[in-house]
Ligand binder design. Structure first.
Ligand code: IFM
Length: 480
């Protein structure tokens, strides 16, 4: 795969490598009340004063609901082999458990047909955070019945679209749904309760476990996976306190999901850590972990940034060592502080750019968890893009970010990790959750007042990478 000429930076990907782009329903569709769609927790949250930057919401978003064909044509022009989208549960079963809304299914049927017409494989995410509000009113992910309702919803979607969709992702980033939704309150439904977050963590994984056999029984030849947001956590020093802090961060973000899925149990240190919170992991019932740990066909990995942390008691030492120390932490129970290395590039999300963390993460997954195929189901960056006087968006910083991270994926493949595809986040600028429309992740600029689309320089760059199946190798500066 690596070029034989050592001066040549061209890296070739395997011939069957899958290039894609990703989006999510609430972030792009708009039409929040069209054709029978019910309210989701994100409709409620985004309409709550103070919850989202600038009072933004997903009522219109990118108006993808009406501009689907234009977006499909953009995908065809980009040359992607697969498109990752999510189905909005409140379009399909508006009250979460009751009647099925055929108009909602019809919308996704048109999308899947449009993809197939253009030779693009659908990759369908069943849950990307838009829980029907009526289910939240009955306890949301903190109660078991939501996992059971999800299983029913999955069966409905699988029956309707299973003839034309092979690759299914049960959940997107259950860490965000549980810990940001119920722990820090940064995301919908905006609850601040660590014990509820832990319960949500388990019920989301249970939902995944319940969905897998349904997908396999309903869809012949289904490829079933889950997408996790994972990161590479490093201690700011060798001090045992900092090493332990990095281990706690890793436990919360990575191991609370990877361990039950691949090893069939929650990590002991995390169970001990959360043992005093109610209901916490006391909601786990006999047999749940067998369901959760059933074999997957692939793992979806979303990676954006690594993290360096110290124990909260060592903030002064970290400052003396030259770091900038974050002032607070959204999870006080973890007792740690995030560090920023001065001079290191960051995105508009203030996330450090360090592609080597992606290679390290992928190698670790292979070494500690699984050799099933991995897809990078999201990777990308927000920057302060603008349309220049010539009508172009010259987002060379995003081009560098993508080039470095796709190179890091190639490094992982060279190291023997079974990475089979890469989906850029995101096809379109969109509703970036609590940041509203203030953060642009797209390789296509969206003019939100009019909905007009404008491919950015990164779109052209990615199109060339896809067409040639290569990347010119690049590393993030300052990386290890
Ligand atoms: O926009 C989100 C996406 O919905 C989930 N993964 C992270 C992205 C960037 O924050």
């Amino acid at each position: 795969m690596t070029s034989s000429n050592s001066n040549d930076r061209t890296r070739h990907f395997p011939p069957e490598f899958l290039w894609g782009a990703a989006t999510a329903s609430y972030q792009i569709e708009g039409s929040a009340t069209a054709d029978g769609r019910g309210p989701s927790i994100w409709d409620t949250f985004s309409h709550t004063p103070g919850a989202v930057w600038n009072g933004d919401n997903g009522d219109v978003a990118c108006d993808h609901y009406h501009r689907m064909n234009e977006d499909l044509d953009l995908m065809a022009d980009l040359g992607i082999g697969a498109y990752r989208f999510s189905v909005a549960w409140p379009r399909i079963i508006p009250d979460g458990t009751g009647a099925v809304n055929q108009a909602g299914l019809d919308f996704y049927r048109r999308l899947v047909d449009g993809l197939r017409d253009r030779g693009i494989e659908p990759t369908l995410t069943l849950y990307h955070w838009d829980l029907p509000q009526p289910l939240e009113d009955r306890g949301g992910w903190t109660v078991r019945s939501t996992a059971e309702a999800y299983a029913h919803y999955v069966e409905v979607v699988a029956r309707a679209l299973g003839d034309d969709v092979e690759r299914w992702i049960t959940l997107n980033e259950p860490w965000c749904s549980s810990w940001l939704g119920y722990g820090s309150g940064h995301h919908a439904p905006g609850i601040h309760d660590i014990g509820m977050a832990a319960a949500a963590n388990h019920h989301l994984l249970l939902a995944h476990g319940l969905a897998m056999p349904i997908l396999r029984e309903t869809v012949a030849g289904a490829k079933v996976g889950i997408t996790l947001n994972l990161s590479d956590h490093r201690p700011g020093s060798d001090d045992p306190l900092d090493v332990a802090a990095a281990r706690r961060a890793d436990g919360n973000l990575n191991r609370l999901f990877l361990d039950p899925i691949f090893h069939g149990h929650y990590p002991e240190d995390m169970l001990a850590h959360y043992s005093s919170y109610s209901p916490g992991f006391s909601v786990v019932r006999e047999g749940d972990l067998e369901l959760i740990s059933r074999p997957l066909d692939f793992l979806g990995v979303n990676y954006y940034s690594p993290a360096t942390v110290v124990d909260e008691s060592r903030a002064t030492q970290a400052r003396t060592a030259g770091y900038i120390v974050a002032t607070g932490d959204q999870f006080p129970d973890l007792r740690l502080r995030g560090l920023e290395t001065p001079g290191r590039d960051r995105t508009a999300m203030d996330w450090e750019i360090q592609a080597a963390g992606l290679t390290a993460l992928l190698v670790r997954i292979r070494d500690e968890y699984t050799t099933v195929p991995i897809y990078i189901t999201e990777n990308g960056a927000a920057f302060d893009d603008y349309v220049d006087p010539n009508g172009h968006v010259l987002d060379f910083n995003r081009v560098s970010y993508l080039q470095e991270h796709i190179s890091a994926v190639h490094d992982a493949i060279d190291a023997g990790v079974n990475v089979q595809g890469y989906f850029v986040w995101s096809l379109l600028d969109n509703f970036e959750w609590a940041f509203g429309y203030s953060r642009r992740f797209g390789i296509v600029w969206v003019d939100f007042p009019t909905g007009a689309r404008l491919p950015k320089e990164s779109f052209r760059w990615y199109r060339e990478a896809i067409a040639s199946n290569t990347v010119q190798y690049a590393r993030s500066p300052g990386g290890h």
